[in-house]
Design a protein around this ligand. Sequence first.
Ligand code: NAD
Ligand code: UD1
Length: 352
Amino acid sequence: MRVLVTGGAGYIGSHTLLQILQERHEALVFDNFSNSSPEALRRVRRLTNVDFQVTNGDVRDEDALLRAMRSFRPEAIVHFAGLKSVGESNSQPLEYYSQNVVGTIKLLRAMEQTGCGTIVFSSSATVYGEARYLPYDESHPSQPTNPYGRTKHFIEKVISDWVASRPEFTAVVLRYFNPVGAHPSGLIGEHPSGTPNNLVPYITQVAAGRLARLRIYGNDYPTRDGTGERDYIHVEDLARAHVAALDYASRFSGCEAINVGTGRGATVLEMIREIEAASGRKVPYEIVARREGDIATSIADVRKAERLLGWKAQYGIAEMCRSAWHWQSRNPNGYDSSHGPENHGALLEEVS
Ligand code: NAD
Ligand code: UD1
């Protein structure tokens, strides 16, 4: 299958791209590198020894999309491109609506014009908001509590209306729980810009001595040990879910939203212990006030993914934390260790 991967140089995109290539699909990455490095693509090439095309472009640039799609003629799109920081979305909501919602509408229009009717979209468990019951199943009411979550909610609506307009259109909307970890090689992984907001990259940087201590946002939640509980999912399992979704979409038409998690939760203290075990280092922490907008527990009901995609997570938190630490220790500065942002231009020329 010919697959166009928007945001394919990013954290989840690069791991998925690798598996798409390993499944012998052809790929074109469409990315503006606003939150990624071309070095990730160079490493995917090195790991797979398979060639793929790269276009440096913004998904809101419909002409650029049309040019790329007319020449590559994708049969399916995997759409990762977008902004993902909850905090930033509160201070820059219009940027989030523009990049995420407008970007997706432009993509769907380009798909319509070039006869590509299949999309796999990166949504998030954040669309559910405060839990009315747990685990979250796909029919749990959607009441996101921040602009980022609302962009995902609106995009889901746009995609489902788009699919309903033509019988040949198909969408699989994957609602990721908490993606963590890295490829076992330690060559590709998560490269947060600045200080990480998410738990696992923060803890690995504390273990590496780059940050002094973790601040635990509250230990008075109604969980096993009082700290927040999440359904962490290994990025390798998540990437495999995309390959399964592409396969499913080739046999089915319509729009389905599907949770991608393990169905099991881990608390902040449990994650600290796993990183300590993986790194052999102490992770100092202090308890501070709850973070605004946080919920106590988030766990996926994963039965739909099993039923429709034949997919199930294989890895537990020990493997997730081991691979996250392996990536962090091999790449203390992420992709900048070998090639700083000043070299993006030259690297881009090399991978394009
Ligand atoms: P990421 O920032 O690492 O990857 C996003 C990629 O898209 C980057 O390569 C970036 O350069 C590119 N991009 C951003 N805006 C673009 C635009 N307008 N045009 C072209 N390219 C653009 O993020 P990620 O963690 O890999 O997340 C991928 C997707 O999954 C996002 O849509 C995100 O909202 C969603 N998601 C992520 C998480 C998570 O915890 N990482 C959880 C749920 C959902
Ligand atoms: C966050 C986003 C969510 C997004 C998800 C991606 C918020 C409010 N939500 O979710 O929209 O889809 O990332 O994976 O930002 N924690 C600490 N100290 C830290 C960081 C985190 O104690 O420095 C705790 C949090 O309170 C939470 C857990 O660790 O209990 C996980 O946090 P995080 O990795 O930020 O993920 P979410 O809050 O689930």
